[in-house]
Write a protein that binds this ligand. Structure first.
Ligand code: UDX
Length: 434
C-alpha cells in the first residue's frame, strides 16, 4: 500500500514509521521545513525508545520518506492519514479542529484517484463526517472514503503498542474502504490481534470513552488513596486486592500525583464539552477533571507538611518532572502545578530529570537543574519523587539521606515504602495513600 501521513508529531511519526515497517510505502508530510530537514537527516524530533532505530531501518529500505510537499505525497496514495494536532481550544475546552480541517481541504485538492482519508487524530464525534463534507466541497469530482482509526499509543511504549495492540479500531462506511484498511493492518490481523470495524461515530466515541474511563480509574484510586491516609489503610495493597478481581483488572490503579500528559487532560475536557453540547452531561468525567486538579494541589500540601508547614527558605530536590517516565513530554505534567507552587512559596527548588530538561527549562523558571539525584539531595531539606524513572527506583537511600540537611521524602509515586525510608535513616517519609 502507498500511504501518506500528514503530520509528523508524536502520533504521526510513530504511526508512519511503524506502517513502513509493515512493508508499506510511507511518505510523512509536515508543514515545518525544519522538522522535515531534521527527519531527512535521520534525526528524531521526539524521545521515544526504539523509534530512531526503526526509522533508520525503514528509510534505508527505501519504504519511508519525509517531505513538505503534500500534493506529491497524496498523489497515487491508497490511504492518506490525518495525524495533525487537536489541542484544547482556549476558553471553551473544545478540541481545536483548525489543523484537521485545513489538512482535509488540502488533501481534497491534491487527490488524483480513489483514496481512503483516515483520521488518526483524536477528534470529537462527527468530525469524520465533517472531513468528508469538506473534501466533497473542495473537490466534488474526487473519489474517496473517510475512515476513523483512533490511536491508543502510550508514550514511552508507543512502538510496542502499535505492533502489539490490544485492538485496532476502524470506523468505515464502505466495503472498499474496509478492504484498504484491512490490507494496511494485515500484518496485525495475521497475528490475531483483534480489528474492530464500526461506523465512524462509534470509532470516534471509543477513543474518548476509553481514555475517559482510564482517567476515571486513576482518579478513583487517587481518591481512595486519600481516604486510606485518613483511616490508616495501605492503598498499594488495596489496589492489589481490587485488581485481582478480573472484572476490575490491576492496570491503572497506581495512586500518584494525578494524571497528566497529552491525552487524558485534553480528551476528558473535550468529552465533557461534547456531552454539554448534546445535552447529555458527562457528570462522572466532569468530576474526574475537578478531582484530578485537586489531587495535584494536595501534593503541594504534602510537601509543605513534611517541611513543618512551610517551604519558605527550604531546599527541595525534585526527582522527575516529565508527566511519566520514558518520555521528554511535559504536557500537563503534575510538575507544572507543583514546582511553581513550591517556588512561589519561597522554596529553592533543584530539579533532576533524565529527559525533561530540554522542554522543562522554559516551563519551570527559577529552578536549578542538577545532574543526578544525589547531587540534588545534597544539603536539601526534602526530596520529592514526582516521576517514577527507573534511575530513581533503586537509589541508595542511606547515601541519599546521609547528605541531606534533614532526611525527609515525599514519594508521590510510592516507589519506596515507609519501611525502606526508616531503614535508610530517613526521619520522615510521606507516600500517597499509605
Ligand atoms: C494515554 C493512553 O494510555 C493511550 O492509550 C492514549 O491513546 C494516549 O493517552 P499516555 O498519555 O502516553 O497514554 O500515558 P499513560 O501511560 O496512559 O499515563 C497517563 C497518565 O496517567 C500519566 O500522568 C501517568 O503517570 C498517570 N497514571 C497512569 C497514574 O497516575 N496511575 C496509573 O495507574 C496509570
Amino acid at each position: 500500500m502507498k500511504i501518506a501521513m500528514i503530520g509528523t508529531g508524536y502520533v504521526g511519526l510513530v504511526s508512519g514509521v511503524c506502517l513502513s515497517d509493515f512493508g508499506h510505502e510511507v511518505t510523512c508530510v509536515d508543514k515545518d521545513p525544519r522538522k522535515v530537514e531534521m527527519l531527512l537527516r535521520g534525526d528524531v524530533p521526539i524521545y521515544e525508545p526504539g523509534l530512531d532505530v526503526l526509522m533508520a531501518r525503514n528509510v534505508a529500505a527505501g519504504r519511508l520518506t519525509f517531505t513538505g510537499d503534500l500534493n506529491a505525497a497524496v498523489d497515487g496514495a491508497d490511504a492518506v492519514f490525518i495525524a495533525v494536532g487537536t489541542p484544547t481550544r482556549r476558553g471553551d475546552g473544545h478540541a481545536d479542529l483548525t489543523y484537521v480541517m485545513a489538512a482535509a481541504e488540502e488533501i481534497g485538492r491534491a487527490l488524483t484517484g480513489y483514496a481512503v482519508i483516515v483520521t488518526k487524530s483524536t477528534v470529537p464525534v462527527g468530525t469524520n463526517a465533517a472531513v468528508r463534507a469538506v473534501i466533497e466541497k473542495t473537490s466534488p469530482e474526487a473519489e474517496f472514503d473517510v475512515a476513523s482509526n483512533p490511536e491508543f499509543l502510550r508514550e514511552g511504549a508507543a512502538i510496542d503498542d502499535f505492533m502489539r495492540p490490544d485492538r485496532v479500531v476502524v470506523g468505515v462506511t464502505s466495503d472498499r474502504a474496509k478492504k484498504v484498511m484491512g490490507e494496511i493492518y494485515r500484518p496485525l490481523f495475521l497475528r490475531d490481534f483483534p480489528i474492530l470495524y464500526t461506523d465512524l461515530e462509534t470509532a470516534e466515541m471509543i477513543k474518548y470513552a476509553a481514555n475517559a474511563f482510564l482517567a476515571t480509574k486513576i482518579t478513583f484510586i487517587n481518591e481512595i488513596a486519600r481516604l486510606c491516609e485518613k483511616v490508616g489503610a495501605d492503598v498499594k495493597q488495596v489496589s492489589k486486592g481490587m485488581g485481582l478481581d478480573n472484572r476490575i483488572g490491576n492496570k491503572f490503579l497506581h495512586a500518584g500525583p494525578g494524571y497528566g500528559g497529552s491525552c487524558f487532560p485534553k480528551d476528558t475536557s473535550a468529552l465533557a464539552r461534547i456531552g454539554q453540547e448534546h445535552a447529555a452531561p458527562m457528570q462522572i468525567v466532569e468530576t474526574v477533571i475537578k478531582v484530578n486538579d485537586e489531587i495535584k494541589r494536595r501534593m503541594i500540601e504534602k510537601v509543605m507538611d513534611l517541611c513543618d508547614g512551610s517551604v519558605n527558605g527550604k531546599t527541595v530536590a525534585v526527582l522527575g518532572v516529565t508527566f511519566k517516565p520514558n518520555t521528554d513530554d511535559m504536557r500537563d505534567a503534575p510538575s507544572l502545578t507543583i514546582v511553581p507552587a513550591l517556588v512561589g512559596n519561597g522554596a529553592r527548588v533543584r530539579v533532576v530529570d533524565p529527559q525533561g530538561r530540554r522542554e522543562g527549562e522554559s516551563l519551570l523558571p527559577g529552578v536549578t537543574w542538577m545532574e543526578d539525584a544525589y547531587a540534588a539531595a545534597k544539603g536539601a531539606d526534602v526530596v520529592v519523587i514526582l516521576t517514577e524513572w527507573n534511575e530513581f527506583r533503586a537509589l541508595d537511600l542511606a547515601r541519599l539521606g546521609g547528605t541531606m540537611k534533614t532526611a525527609r521524602m515525599a514519594d508521590l509515586r510510592n516507589i519506596y515504602s515507609p519501611k525502606d525510608a526508616e531503614a535508610a535513616g530517613f526521619e520522615a517519609y510521606s507516600g500517597v495513600g499509605r
